[in-house]
Design a protein around this ligand. Structure first.
Ligand code: SDX
Length: 434
């Protein structure tokens, strides 16, 4: 850990003369952290933080979020500038290596990823075991987890070169497997990747091409897809990234770790929200039904959430949601889609929610998932593939965080503690006496 300790926090146990001094470790930007690793030895107590909302589980140099200001930086670069000026391959290099690549580095990285986009031919057989209506996230989770069965040559996580090869393989093959999951669900033949297309173009090509005719990727859709991938690439210690880090801390192979991340991302409270937003908008049906829906959301007993709203960290606008909303308008206009009822509904819902005390007092704003589904639907991506697309983009973030964890000298197996409030020690009683 950085030795930027400056000052400390002292915890004193009431009614005793015992205290523990936790050195403060300063951040380069954002809150400092109190290093409480001596707390149990000093005071015999643990800290309690369900959901780890106030706990720094690691030191990281990859992504910084300021939830109050709505700031998101990838290796110090604002997401707005990267979305406008960069592309997913360059952002992937940045997240993995810490600096923007020069021309030579970018060309080499592009080549390294491109050369790993095909999957072993036997992987096609995995798909025959799934029903055609299997959710593509179930398929992605299963097939990515099985990749380690094909790559015994590079599973030594302590060898930097093998870590690098695994990173290339995962970043390159997840979109191929994702597209195969879609093709399998619609009964079309798998489409091999092409080396003359960039990352976003290749993904759209594998999703949409058919052997019966040539398919030209629409450059507008490719640019929109690339920006969506950039916006979803990393987001510090979110639930799925923390899952990847925890799995990786046991020494599990990178394919198993990323499969664990895919499983965690699938939840509707996390990456599954983009699919849930579309379902919510379609269920509401028309703008006049929005007020009644909002009232249901505000009724705690309904357990209904406004999907695509709220965030554990952002208590202001999610900067990605702003860019996504702008991209939504651009894509619809460029596709000549004059009025998209779902977009009108979403914008009306955002307007109503942002004027409602329930949402304002809880600082609930649109997050990255609120508008993404509308763009993806306009691009012809089926709803069931929305979270898959999120996983395609987030793979480079997961791999970058996994690599950082492995290379962190302070890292050790993750093993949270608990406060036990169950039965204390008692003797067994035979069933006759119960
Ligand atoms: C992602 O962590 C990341 O970085 C994730 C992510 C990434 O890039 O990796 O950004 C991607 O997962 C975005 C979030 C997608 N999820 C959704 O859109 C699902 C809907 N959102 C909620 O489920 C919720 O907002 C969470 C899960 C996102 C956050 O949960 P928290 O942190 O527990 O919410 P909170 O503590 O801020 O809630 C405060 C209050 C609570 O009510 P009270 O107990 O105070 O009365 O706001 C309520 C919550 O019940 N609330 C909502 C709500 N979100 C929070 N009420 C209605 N609708 C919502 N969407």
């Amino acid at each position: 850990m950085s030795d930027a300790s400056k000052g400390s926090v002292t915890l004193t146990l009431d009614g005793t003369n015992r205290s523990s001094s936790a050195p403060l470790v300063q951040a380069s930007v954002g809150p400092a952290v109190a290093d409480i690793r001596k707390l149990y030895a000093d005071l015999g107590i643990f800290t309690f933080d369900p959901g780890f909302g106030m706990t720094a589980a690691c030191e990281s140099k990859i992504t910084y979020i300021d939830g109050d200001q709505g700031i998101l930086l990838y290796r110090g670069y604002p997401i707005e500038q990267l979305a406008e000026n960069s592309d997913f391959t360059e952002v992937s290099y940045l997240l993995l290596n810490g600096e923007l690549p020069n021309k030579k580095q970018l060309a080499q990285f592009t080549q390294d990823v491109t050369m790993h986009t095909m999957v072993h031919e036997q992987i096609r057989r995995f798909f025959d075991g799934f029903r055609r209506d299997a959710h593509p996230m179930a398929i992605l989770c299963g097939v990515v987890g099985a990749l380690s069965a094909f790559y015994h040559d590079a599973l030594d996580i302590n060898d930097p070169r093998q870590r690098e090869i695994s990173a290339f393989r995962l970043i390159a093959k997840v979109p191929t497997i994702a597209a195969m999951a879609y093709k399998y669900s619609v009964g079309q033949p798998f489409v091999y990747p092409r080396n003359d297309l960039n990352y976003a173009e290749n993904f759209l090509y594998m999703l949409n091409a058919v052997p019966a005719e040539d398919y030209k990727v629409n450059p507008i859709l490719a640019r929109a897809m690339d920006r969506i991938l950039v916006l979803h690439a990393d987001h510090e210690q979110n639930a799925s990234t923390s899952t990847v880090r925890l799995a990786g801390s046991t020494g599990a192979n990178p394919y198993a770790c990323i499969a664990a991340g895919i499983a965690a991302l699938w939840g509707p409270a996390h990456g599954g929200a983009n699919e849930a937003v579309l379902k919510m908008l379609e269920e509401i049906g028309s703008p006049e039904n929005i007020p009644a829906f909002i009232e249901k959301v505000k009724d705690k007993n309904s357990h209904v959430k406004l999907m695509g709203f709220g965030h554990r960290v952002y208590k202001n606008f999610d900067p990605r949601a702003k860019i996504m909303k702008e991209t939504c308008h651009e894509v619809l206009a460029e596709l000549g889609i004059k009025d998209e009822p779902l977009l009108d509904m979403a914008m009306e819902m955002e307007r109503i929610a942002l004027e409602d005390e329930y949402f304002v007092s809880r600082k609930l704003y649109p997050n990255v998932d609120f508008y993404s589904g509308i763009i993806l639907k306009a691009m012809g991506i089926p709803t069931s593939m929305f979270t898959v697309l999120f996983a395609v983009a987030r793979t480079v973030g997961w791999v970058s965080q996994w690599k950082e964890m492995i290379e962190d000298p302070a890292q050790r197996i993750g093993r949270p503690r608990q406060v036990y409030t169950g039965a204390t020690n008692r003797d067994y009683t035979p069933v006759e006496k119960r």
